[in-house]
Design a protein around this ligand. Structure first.
Ligand SMILES: *Cc1c(COP(=O)(O)O)cnc(C)c1O
Length: 374
């Protein structure tokens, strides 16, 4: 099959379809089998392989420009990279990384396994210094939930000069909007729970290695530690991937409208969205094909006001997670490990509803400030 030169949206629809003989199914079926009839050499066991995993992995690998390995969750995919490191290895990670990533790193530090160096990635000199003697640089762009953007190519150059590998959490952008391997990343990870599967119905992760050796080390971690995905999960994620280009286009257009309306609202003190202002703007426009479907904003009445908004929305759902068809809102600082997050920050995952209905709901809820004395 001549797949050279396919654009990302075409790959999302066409990759991972298995064999293509007349009469073959259009979709790789769900294989429910824990074992396979023995071959002359080797063991074929369900913890090692599944045709459905491979279909999903083919598609993600092609989108990211590497070789993908699916895991039970995003955090399991992230863990597979950390557990591939040696005892005593140093990891440089952003102070505003996803809370689950920071918790996992903190656990490895407490066990004395990893030397974890959390730094402000906006401070290029601090990153440079921390990279001395490090084995891995971890990046997340845009970050969850502050929507900070970092220059992946620049960070990768700094890390590689110091002899460190580079891993990027690409969950917020998806490979349709950002391809970290083209910018120098050695590993990419996703919470496929979010935009890739896209329907708030499964948990799944995927890690991608830039070359076969790196992918093989991820696969070995999966087999040895057992954080394998379910066959139904990879089927549903690949099914969700087919509509990712259309879902992204629509939610991104809605996000853009909401960003500009929130920015003009008297009770909104700050809106965060990739590339909105400052040096992030040029970086986001250079390394991303679009600015994404997640935004955060802060409100004038503090955390009580933010909580009231979550209680008062009708159409928008008050729930954690992101990337589904329904618009979700959450005051992130309620969760554990969110010391970096402003207390009145609301994260909004923009869904597929009509933009006017989302805005009407949000505008109405914004007026319910419990501290307002009118
Ligand atoms: C949700 C999330 C994860 C963790 O993924 P799970 O599928 O929940 O394990 C990792 N990184 C980012 C940026 C996320 O939003």
């Amino acid at each position: 099959m001549a797949t050279n030169g396919w654009r990302q949206a075409t790959i999302a629809i066409s990759a991972g379809r298995g064999t293509r003989a007349p009469g073959d199914p259009m979709n790789v079926p769900i294989h429910l089998s824990s074992t396979y009839r023995a071959a002359e050499y080797g063991l074929d066991y369900g913890r090692e392989k599944n045709a459905g995993w491979e279909a999903f992995e083919d598609a993600i690998g092609m989108l990211e420009g590497g070789k993908a390995v699916a895991f039970a969750s995003g955090i399991a995919a992230i863990g597979s990279i950390f557990s591939g490191l040696r005892a005593g290895d140093a990891v440089v990670a952003p102070a505003d990384a996803y809370s689950g990533t920071r918790r996992l790193l903190a656990m490895e530090a407490v066990r004395g396994v990893l030397d974890v160096r959390l730094v402000d990635f906006a401070d290029r000199d601090a990153v440079s210094k921390a990279c001395a003697g490090a084995r891995l640089l971890w990046a997340e762009s845009p970050s969850n939930p502050l929507l900070n953007v970092v220059d992946i190519a620049d960070l990768a150059a700094i890390a590689h000069r110091a002899g460190a590998d580079v891993a990027v959490d690409n969950t917020f952008a998806t490979p349709l909007l950002q391809r970290p391997m083209e910018l120098g990343a050695d590993f990419v990870v996703h919470s496929a729970t979010k935009l890739i599967s896209g329907h708030s119905d499964i948990l799944l992760g995927v890690a991608v290695g830039a070359n076969p050796d790196r992918a093989e080390s991820l696969r070995m971690q999966r087999t040895a530690r057992g954080a394998i995905p379910g066959p139904l999960e990879t089927y549903l994620a690949l099914r969700g991937l087919r509509s990712l280009p259309a879902r992204l286009d629509r939610a991104q257009a809605t996000a853009k409208h909401l960003v500009s309306r929130l920015g003009r609202h008297p009770k909104v003190t700050r809106v965060r969205y990739p590339g909105l202002a400052g040096p992030d703007r040029a970086i986001a426009r250079r390394q991303m094909a679009g600015l994404g479907t997640i935004l955060s904003f802060e409100v004038s009445g503090g955390p009580a006001h933010a909580d009231a908004i979550c209680r008062n929305v009708q159409l928008i759902q008050h729930a954690t997670s992101l990337g589904g068809p329904e618009t979700l809102i959450e005051r992130r600082a309620r969760a554990a490990g969110e010391e970096m997050t402003p207390p009145a920050l609301l994260r909004l995952s923009v869904g597929q509803e009509d933009v006017e209905d989302i805005w009407a709901d949000l505008a109405e809820a914004l007026d319910h400030d419990p501290d307002d004395r009118r």
